[in-house]
Design a protein around this ligand. Sequence first.
Ligand code: NAD
Length: 295
Amino acid sequence: MPNITGHTELVGLMAYPIRHTQSPTTHNLAYDKNGDDVIQLAFEVDNDTLEAAVESIRALKMLGSNISMPNKTVVHKYLDEVDEAAKLCGAINTVVNTRDKDGNVTGYLKGYNTDGMGYWQGIKEEGIDFKGMKMVLIGTGGAATAIAVRGALDGIAELHIFNIKDKFYARGEEIVDIINKNSNCKAEMHDLGDLALLKEKMHEADIFCDATGVGMHPLEDLSNIPDPSYFRKDLIVTDTVYAPRETVMMKQAKEAGCTRVYNGMSMMLFQALIAIELYTGKSTPVDYMKEKLGI
Ligand code: NAD
């Protein structure tokens, strides 16, 4: 239980719905461990109340706020600056109240997307240098877009994005265009219905990610991959889903002999730890957080 005083500083979390969130548990554990007199609280904020809520970051001299749906793609309108990757993927999940040289917050608000950073930090923590790798990514929603853009900016050489032909497909085509214009990564968009192409690209890839939520409730019995023959043994296999801890897709990869198979827990942890470092300037002991959160 934090010792809240007149000095305690506030980090927000602005989203709707939000009461199910794990974020304050993670943040408050980290602030406590780091000896920071900071707490995070969750606030029900939707698009109608977002402008006033963001203005309150300035008025209340908060350290900043995490941002989740439905506000990630809208909040940029109320900020002073947006980080390059967040701008390219069109979504912000962290707003930082920047500080002056004496450490006081200035009211100048900068937006970041730590989802993509968190995914790739999780890969690095496994001892994997992903620069120059070929990737197959399924999905073109918020998580996939953040992973794609950050990966392309940080050195993924070739990216094949697959998606079903739903309302998200056009966003995938835009992201591929943005990546090809703004990075050295060669990106292509494909129909997930073309299973022969998916198999071919997976056999050529170094790293694979399913960022669709297939494998999670209510789709927990499903996989986007028809059978284990799509996986090579040395493919790095990742899922953004963290509940359940092992999806049908991850089971298929293990059946195919893959040994580097990871769920979405590390992405979730590192997106939080990177945001915490942006707010306080402090890095949090990773092993401590993993032990406390049962990761
Ligand atoms: P989103 O709604 O923005 O995108 C959903 C994507 O899944 C789209 O590409 C859509 O076309 C695809 N899709 C939906 N139904 C499908 C189906 N039946 N078959 C194939 N594709 C389908 O969602 P999001 O915010 O990008 O989240 C996607 C997943 O990533 C969710 O499971 C979410 O929990 C997870 N996620 C994890 C973290 C983390 O920290 N680990 C962070 C963000 C999201």
